[in-house]
Design a protein. Structure first.
Length: 387
């Protein structure tokens, strides 16, 4: 390395260190300012250092004025191009950063993406971040809607249960006062009526307890293989008196040569869910009608149990609310010609859904000619069935 080269190298290093130190001080002063300012400073520092070093080198090498101006102007225009591109990049990044901040502030609300972010004019990292925030916002909105629906169901449940408990309590009070005053001549009949009322209230309390247990998500019980065909036949036998009193027939159909209709679950819980569905179907089927309970194996390795009634169908707008807690299908909570859960506390179908979902299954309702069908799909197991 000769003397001229060493001189040029030394001048370049000196100006680089000086301008770098000044740039670092400027960055420190603007460290809390917009990212746009810092990017511009970062783009200007190398340009100023290069101009100063080349200008000093040109003078040291005694290059002609014409040649030195050509070099300096070329470097200046190249630097301006870099500065302009850094300004554009800073604008994109600052716009994306502001949009990310706005999305974070409005994470629990709805908004419309605008500007550069909406058009995709941001770096890939910021675009991925905004997409993730949008996905999180959508999940939070859905969770908020579910929470509102749950709170509404809770309020309805409290109001409905207050109504359902107040009415029998008033009847019990009237009967007890009548017996106490001696104005009721048929005391045994009054006592039977009181026992029937107490049994109905006990059923309401049992439903509340079961619903609370399902909502609390307790540790899974000990489960085994349960035959849905045998379960359906048992439920039909237990509800036959109820069906006969209402003039309704309960019919069970299942493949005669198929013993693989078993699911893994709790027999008592599944029995209660199916009993709720069958009892609800009996109540809403006109005298002379038939409640059909069909069990069959699906092609996707699941077992389906369907309960079809003769209620006349459910309004389309009400299909999504049938399984809501405390809902009975009408505003006045009086029996109507729908297959909503209009007896007891309006908890039977909600309990059935909770039981089915706790068994990793699905429950649906759909209208069929003359009525509606409640379908339960549960995973099939290939294991010996415990009767």
């Amino acid at each position: 390395m000769n003397r001229d080269q060493f001189t040029i190298l030394a001048l370049t290093a000196l100006w680089t260190l000086v301008v770098g130190a000044i740039g670092a001080l400027v960055l420190w002063q603007f460290r809390r300012r917009s990212l746009r300012v810092t990017i511009i400073v970062v783009a200007l520092a190398p340009l100023v250092a290069a101009l100063a070093a080349i200008g000093q080198s040109v003078r040291a090498m005694f290059i002609s004025t014409h040649d030195s101006l050509v070099v300096l102007w070329t470097l200046a225009f190249s630097g301006l191009l870099g500065l302009a591109m850094s300004v554009v990049l800073a604008h994109w990044i600052s716009t994306g950063s502001r949009d990310v901040g706005r999305r974070l502030r409005d994470l629990g609300t709805s908004y419309e993406a605008v500007g550069a972010v909406k058009n995709g004019n941001v770096p890939a990292e910021l675009a991925d971040l905004t997409d993730e925030l949008e996905s999180t916002r959508a999940r939070l909105a859905a969770s908020r809607d579910r929470e509102r629906a749950l709170e509404s169901s809770r309020r309805e449940l409290v109001a409905f249960m207050s109504h359902d408990l107040r009415t029998p309590l008033a009847g019990l009070r009237a009967l007890s006062e009548g017996l106490e005053d001696g104005v009721i001549e048929d005391a045994p009949a009054a006592l039977r009526q009181m026992r029937t009322t107490v049994d109905r209230m006990t059923g309401l309390v049992d439903d509340l307890f079961e619903l609370s247990r399902l909502s609390a998500a307790p540790p899974p019980r000990r489960r085994s293989a349960v035959s849905l065909r045998e379960l359906a036949e048992d439920v039909a036998g237990e509800t036959c008196e109820h069906a006969r009193a209402n003039g309704v027939t309960v019919a069970v159909t299942a493949p005669a040569d198929d013993d693989r209709l078993a699911v893994h679950g709790d027999a008592d819980e599944l029995t209660r869910a199916v009993t709720n569905l069958v009892g609800n179907a009996i109540r809403h089927t006109a005298p002379g009608g038939t409640v059909k309970v069909a069990v069959d194996r699906e092609t996707d390795g699941r077992v389906r149990l369907a309960v079809t009634d003769g209620c006349g169908g459910i309004p389309t707008d009400d299909l999504e609310r049938v399984f809501d807690i405390g809902w009975r299908g009408d505003e006045q909570r009086t029996p109507a010609s729908t297959s909503a859960d209009s007896s007891g506390g309006g908890l039977g179908l909600a309990i059935a859904r909770g039981v089915v979902e706790s068994h990793e299954g699905t429950i649906e309702v759909s209208n069929v000619p003359g009525g509606c069908a409640f379908s339960i799909d549960l995973p099939q197991v290939n294991a010996p069935v415990n009767g």
